[in-house]
Design a protein. Structure first.
Length: 28
């Protein structure tokens, strides 16, 4: 698994848990 995939999984988990909000990053 690439670092980018790990980052996406981290973001997805955080958003699902509603622990923190982030804005969409066009670079992703």
């Amino acid at each position: 698994m690439s670092a980018k995939d790990k980052f996406h999984n981290l973001v997805k988990t955080a958003l699902e848990n509603d622990e923190w909000k982030i804005t969409s990053d066009p670079r992703l």
